[in-house]
Design a protein around this ligand. Structure first.
Ligand code: C2E
Ligand code: MG
Ligand code: MG
Length: 584
C-alpha cells in the first residue's frame, strides 16, 4: 500500500528539529548565471555556514536527495516544463519534507510570494545585492517543522492518538485510488461499542477518555501494522485493511476483534464490559466510491446492531440506507408506547424436583403494524441507545405486576413474576422507588417479584448499581443473573452483589447432552450455586436429553421450549390450567 496510508497508522511522528551547524542547501536552478548569482546571495557573507549542491532539474534533485540529507531546497520557479507553481508542487513530491525557498526573478516577485501560500517556507527574489542569511533559512526550517507537527496533529484524534475522521477519509481516498489502479482491494470495518456514554456517565470524562484509550490500544495491538485504524468519534472506530482480499479473511479479522474487544476492561477499580458490533464492506466489490463504501459499511453496522450486538455483518445489498432505516425504526419505537404496540409474553420457570411452575419470565414483544411481531433482540439496543428503554421498562414492570395479580384473582397458584432489566435502567436514579411503588400499587408482595440482569450490566460495578440492587433486595425483590457464565472472568462480584439466582446461559445448555465442555461448565455453575446458597435455573432447555443431564446433576430450576414456549397472557394461563408436565 502507499506509504502515505501506512504512515497514517504509524502516527507519522515528526522528529524534533535539530539545527545543524552547517546548512546543506540543494539548489535547483537550470540557468547557469542565476545559479552563480544565488550561490553568492547565500554564501557570500557566511561562507562556512553553507554547503551548496547545485542541480539543474528536479529529476536530479530527487536523485541527490535520495542519497544525502538536505536542510533546505532553493527552487527556481521557472524550470523548463514546470512553470511557476507547478514546479513547486513537483518539488514537494520530489523531495518531500524538506523546506522550500521559492526563487523568482525581479519581474516575478508576486509569483514567489504566492508560492508561500502554496506551502513554500520562504521566497527569494534573484537580484544582485539580495542576501539569504543562515538565520533566515533556519526560520524557514522551523516553519516547516511546525507545519509538519500541525499536519500530524490535525490528522489525530486528540484522545486516543489514532487517525481522526478527516484523515481517515483521506486514507480511504488514497486506498481507493490505489485499488482503482489495480492493486490491493481493501476492506472497511466500522466498529461500534455500546459503552462510551455509559462509562462517561458513570466514571466521568476522564474515565471515558481512559476507556477509549484502552480500546484503541487493544485494537492497535491486535491489528497488523499495515491496517489504518481510526476513531471516528464517540465510541465508533474504523479499520482499513489491505491484506484481507477474501470475504473469509475479513470475517476472521472481524471475529478476532469481537473477541478481543469484549474482554473485560479494568479502569481504576472498575471492571467494564462492552458488546461491540462490526459492519464490513469490501472495495471494489461492494461499492464504487468512498462515500458509498462508507455508507454501506454503516448499513452493515446497523444490521449487526439489530442482530443484538456482539456480531459482525457484511453489507447486504438488499438493505435500506442505514440512516433512513434507523430513523424509521427510532420514530416507530417512539410511537409504539403511545400506540400500545408492546405486549408481554410469558414463559414458565419450573422446579425440576417437583415439576411445579414456580415463576414466569415476562418477555417483551413489539407488535409492529407492518413488521408484525418483533422480538426484543431487534429493538432493545435502540431503546437503550435512545433512552426509550426507561419508559418501556416502566411499562413492562407495570404490566407484569398487573398480570400477576390478575392471575392470582383468577385462581392460578402464586407465581413469581420475573422481569428483565437492562443496564441502562439501572442508571436511573429512581428505579428502586418506581419498582416498589408499582409493587405496592398492585399489592404484589415483593418476594413474588424478581429482576433479571445480565452479567455484563452488573459488571459495571458502580456504587449506584450496588446500592440499587441492595435496596431492591432489602425490599424483598429477588435478583437473578441472566446469561450467566458467558466468558466473563471475575466471579468476585457474586460476593459483592446481593444475588439470589443464577441463570445458566442457553449457549451451555444447547449441546449439553454431547459437549463435555458445556457439561463441565454447567456442573461448575451448579456447584457454585450450591456453595454460595444460590438458586440456579437453566434456560433454553429444548430436549429431553438436556433435561436428563440437568436432573442428574441436581439443577434446581429449568426454563425452555421443552416445558413451555413464551406465550401471550391468555395462552399462558390456559397452559397453566392444563398443567406443565415434565418429561421423565
Ligand atoms: P433472556 O432474558 O435471556 O431471555 C431468554 C430468551 O430465550 C428469550 O428470547 C426466550 O424467548 C428465549 N428462549 C426461551 N426458551 C428457549 C429455548 O428453549 N430455546 C431457545 N432457543 N430460546 C429460548 P427473547 O424473548 O427473544 O428475548 C431476548 C432477550 O431480550 C432476553 O434474553 C432479554 O435479555 C431481552 N428482553 C426481553 N424482554 C425484555 C424486557 O422487557 N426488558 C429488557 N430490558 N430486556 C428484555
Ligand atoms: Mg431473562
Ligand atoms: Mg438469558
Amino acid at each position: 500500500m502507499g506509504e502515505h496510508i501506512i504512515g497514517l497508522r504509524e502516527g507519522r511522528r515528526v522528529q524534533p528539529l535539530e539545527q545543524p551547524a552547517v546548512i546543506r542547501v540543494l539548489l535547483v536552478e537550470d540557468d547557469r548565471e542565476d545559479a552563480i548569482l544565488v550561490r553568492g546571495m547565500v554564501a557570500l557573507s557566511e561562507p562556512d555556514r553553507f554547503i551548496v549542491v547545485h542541480v539543474d532539474s528536479l529529476t536530479e534533485a530527487r536523485h541527490r536527495a535520495s542519497a544525502e540529507v538536505f536542510d533546505v531546497l532553493l527552487l527556481d520557479l521557472s524550470l523548463p516544463g514546470l512553470p511557476g507553481l507547478a514546479g513547486l508542487s513537483a518539488a514537494q513530491s520530489a523531495v518531500p519534507g524538506v523546506p522550500i525557498v521559492a526563487m523568482a526573478g525581479p519581474a516575478d516577485e508576486s509569483l514567489a510570494m504566492m508560492a508561500m501560500d502554496m506551502g513554500a517556507q520562504d521566497y527569494l527574489v534573484k537580484r544582485p545585492g539580495n542576501r539569504l542569511s543562515s538565520a533566515r533559512i533556519r526560520r524557514a526550517m522551523e516553519r516547516n517543522h511546525d507545519q509538519a507537527v500541525a499536519a500530524v496533529r490535525d490528522a489525530r484524534d486528540p484522545v486516543t492518538g489514532l487517525t481522526n475522521r478527516d484523515a481517515f477519509r483521506d486514507a480511504l481516498h488514497l486506498a481507493r485510488s490505489a485499488a482503482d489502479k489495480g492493486d490491493a482491494p481493501f476492506t472497511l470495518m466500522l466498529i461500534d461499542l455500546d459503552r462510551f456514554r455509559a462509562v462517561n456517565e458513570v466514571l466521568g470524562h476522564a474515565g471515558g477518555d481512559q476507556f477509549l484509550r484502552a480500546v484503541a490500544e487493544r485494537l492497535e495491538r491486535n491489528l497488523p501494522e499495515s491496517d489504518v485504524l481510526a476513531r471516528l468519534g464517540g465510541d465508533e472506530f474504523a479499520v482499513l485493511a489491505f491484506d484481507t482480499p477474501a470475504l473469509e479473511d475479513g470475517a476472521n479479522r472481524a471475529q478476532g476483534l469481537l473477541e478481543v474487544l469484549s474482554r473485560p476492561y479494568h479502569l481504576d477499580s472498575h471492571e467494564l464490559f462492552v458488546t461491540p458490533s462490526i459492519g464490513i464492506t469490501l472495495y471494489p466489490s461492494d461499492a464504487e466510491n468512498v462515500d458509498e463504501v462508507m455508507k454501506k459499511a454503516e448499513s452493515a453496522l446497523f444490521a449487526a446492531k439489530k442482530r443484538g450486538r456482539n456480531n459482525f455483518q457484511w453489507h447486504d445489498p438488499e438493505s435500506e440506507p442505514p440512516a433512513l432505516e434507523r430513523m424509521k425504526l427510532e420514530s416507530a419505537l417512539r410511537r409504539a408506547l403511545d400506540r400500545d404496540e408492546f405486549l408481554l409474553y410469558y414463559q414458565a420457570q419450573v422446579d425440576l424436583a417437583s415439576g411445579a411452575v414456580t415463576g414466569t419470565e415476562a418477555l417483551l414483544r413489539w407488535d409492529h403494524p407492518q413488521l408484525g411481531l418483533v422480538s426484543p433482540g431487534q429493538f432493545i439496543w435502540l431503546a437503550e441507545e435512545t433512552g426509550l428503554i426507561v419508559p418501556i421498562g416502566e411499562w413492562v414492570i407495570e404490566t407484569a405486576c398487573k398480570q400477576a395479580r390478575a392471575w392470582d384473582r383468577s385462581g392460578l397458584p402464586p407465581l413469581r413474576m420475573v422481569v428483565n432489566l437492562s443496564a441502562r435502567q439501572f442508571r436511573q436514579p429512581r428505579l428502586v422507588e418506581s419498582i416498589t411503588a408499582t409493587l405496592s400499587r398492585h399489592k404484589l408482595p415483593a418476594d413474588r417479584f424478581a429482576v433479571e440482569i445480565t452479567e455484563g450490566a452488573l459488571m459495571d460495578d458502580t456504587r449506584h448499581t450496588r446500592t440499587a440492587l441492595a435496596e431492591l433486595r432489602e425490599a424483598g425483590v429477588r435478583i437473578s443473573i441472566d446469561d450467566f457464565g458467558i466468558g466473563y472472568s471475575s466471579l468476585g462480584y457474586l460476593k459483592r452483589f446481593p444475588v439470589d439466582i443464577l441463570k445458566i446461559d442457553q449457549s451451555f445448555v444447547r449441546d449439553l447432552a454431547t459437549d463435555p465442555g458445556d457439561q463441565a461448565i454447567t456442573r461448575a455453575i451448579l456447584a457454585l450455586g450450591r456453595g454460595l446458597g444460590l438458586d440456579v435455573v437453566a434456560e433454553g432447555v429444548e430436549q429431553p436429553s438436556q433435561l436428563a443431564f440437568l436432573r442428574a446433576e441436581g439443577c434446581p430450576g429449568v426454563q425452555g421450549y421443552l416445558l413451555s414456549r413464551p406465550k401471550p397472557a391468555r395462552q399462558f394461563e390456559a397452559h397453566m390450567r392444563r398443567g406443565v408436565t415434565l418429561p421423565c
